[in-house]
Design a protein around this ligand. Structure first.
Ligand code: BES
Ligand code: MN
Ligand code: ZN
Length: 490
């Protein structure tokens, strides 16, 4: 799909499909107003007589049109006070998916730069939304009859260099998001720890960043008994991927991801229902690998290290047992009460490695607990941290990208629940506050480095189709991490 920014009256655009955003409140955007008068008040009539209200994601077709475009699609942008970059992204995704269905190949789209959304932001959001919108999770189905969009014109009142730069940024962010989603969507028999490390290496060279992969022997030498214990039941060896980007500027940002390529629960085995979703248990790792690549491709002035702990959690005769005690790389001992609380065991050693490799600010991303899903559903990611300023900065980055992120507490009482009879700590903290005792566990491995934990168990994948995206991996927090690297360099 070719993408370009154009500044041209909508009525004069010759396309298979012209997409026009229309708000629920207020007037038509200046571009839509001109179109409306060229089309003898047709847009007004659709609103007055056709029942089209302009509610967010509402759509209505005009076919044929009175003008040059063969077909037009009116897209509701909702109330202006609620309109943001996420709305624009989703609308662009809806537009291209609809266009593809109708076999429209030359498409033009005009969404308002209104409310909190600037022209540059809307251009970036459209590029991002269009590219991520076309990526599907039906990887092993015939793709031949899906249709293809040859050209997408992003129509703005004033183009110029800033708009073109925004288009490029959107394109690169989308490529990173799609890469992360693909890693998640691939099934666990394909995306094993070794394959994931190979894909990370390929991606790193594409993005011009350094890649090191630590194998089982090296992990043992580094004393990572916690991470290694998770892999004990699997026939696949564990891999730790270390990606480095030195763009200069700001404290070194360490991004750490949980990469459990499949989580059966181990000996504390999970019920069969919904277990297939546990191929998504590596979406945290996918997010940090993708984000550092996006950061490098955009060329942000930041120093970033990404660490992905790739393991498979299986039950077998060689698997870890409940009651086993392991020693983490920072010297602390852990009594494994439940082998299904494996993500924190992986992150413990990965977080410690990030610090040893020079990270001065930490963010981890992990599909860590069912409890966060109970609390926040599939809507928001949960954030926990040990430093208010750093947590605020991460929350602000999420807000700027339109990703839902909500703060959760880490009171010392949660740490108390991890007390063990035999070791420094247990890997579970009882029945209640499961997302928070998990966070408190991770806190034992970050020392005094400012750190934020992002629990994406509810947001990393969707179980339902949306008009803007097929069910599957979402790429949650990739955009936020890229934005964080940008803001951290300031
Ligand atoms: N990978 C799961 C968490 C998860 C649940 C992710 C649902 C996505 C959707 C994690 O490893 C896990 O099993 N956590 C346990 C922890 C418990 C044993 C303390 C949980 O949440 O039940
Ligand atoms: Mn688990
Ligand atoms: Zn897990």
């Amino acid at each position: 799909m070719n993408l370009e920014v154009i500044s041209q009256p909508l009525a004069s655009i010759d396309a298979d499909l012209l997409v026009v955003g229309i708000a629920q409140d207020g007037n038509l955007s200046p571009e839509a107003q001109t179109l409306n008068s060229e089309w003898s008040g047709l847009l007004d009539r659709v609103k007055a007589e056709g029942g089209f209200k302009g509610k967010a994601y509402e759509l209505d077709w005009l076919y044929p049109t009175p003008g040059k475009a063969r077909r037009a699609l009116l897209l509701g942008t909702g109330k202006t006070s609620a309109y943001d970059v996420r709305t624009a992204r989703r609308l662009a995704a809806i537009a291209v998916r609809q266009a593809r269905n109708k076999r429209a190949s030359r498409v033009a789209i005009a969404l308002p730069a209104a409310g909190s959304v600037s022209i540059e932001q809307v251009v970036q959001a459209i590029a991002d939304g269009a590219i991520t919108g076309l990526a599907d999770s039906d990887l092993y189905k015939d793709q031949d009859n899906k249709g293809e969009i040859e050209n997408l014109q992003v129509v703005v009142a004033e183009g110029g260099e800033a708009a073109s730069a925004a288009l490029e940024r959107g394109r690169k962010i989308a490529a990173a998001v799609n890469f992360g989603r693909w890693l998640g969507d691939e099934p666990a028999n394909i995306m094993t720890p070794v394959r994931a490390a190979e894909e990370a290496r390929r991606w790193a060279s594409e993005c011009g960043i350094e890649c090191q992969v630590l194998g089982e022997e090296e992990l043992r030498e580094a004393g990572m008994g916690s991470l290694l214990s998770v892999a004990d039941g699997s026939k696949y060896p564990p891999q730790v991927v270390v990606l480095t980007y030195n763009g200069g500027g700001g404290p070194t940002l360490g991004l750490v991801g949980k990469g459990v390529t499949f989580d059966t629960g181990g000996i504390s085995i999970k019920p069969a229902a919904d277990m297939h979703y546990m191929k998504y248990d590596m979406c945290g790792a996918a997010a940090v690998i993708s984000a550092i690549g996006g950061i490098a491709q955009i060329g942000l002035k930041a120093n970033v290290i990404a660490i992905a702990g790739m393991v498979e959690n299986m039950p077998s005769g060689t698997a870890t047992r409940p009651g086993d005690v392991v020693r983490a790389a920072n010297g602390k001992t852990i009594e494994i009460i439940n082998t299904d609380a494996e993500g924190r065991l992986v992150l413990a050693d990965a977080l410690d490695l990030a610090r040893k490799r020079g990270a001065e600010r930490l963010v981890d991303v992990a599909t860590l607990t069912g409890a966060i899903k109970v609390a926040l559903g599939d809507v928001a990611t949960g954030a926990m941290g040990n430093n208010e300023e750093w947590t605020s900065q991460v929350l602000a980055a999420a807000k700027a990208t339109g990703e839902a992120l909500w703060p959760m507490p880490l009171y010392p009482e949660y740490t108390d629940k991890l007390k063990s009879n035999i070791a420094d700590m247990m890997n579970t903290g009882g029945r209640f506050g499961g997302a928070l005792t998990a966070g408190a566990f991770l806190q034992q491995f970050v020392g005094d480095t400012p750190w934020v934990h992002l629990d994406v168990a509810g947001t990393a994948y969707t179980e339902k189709d949306h008009s803007w995206q097929m069910k599957g991996a979402t790429g949650a927090m990739i955009r936020t991490l890229i934005e964080l690297a940008r803001s951290n360099a300031e």
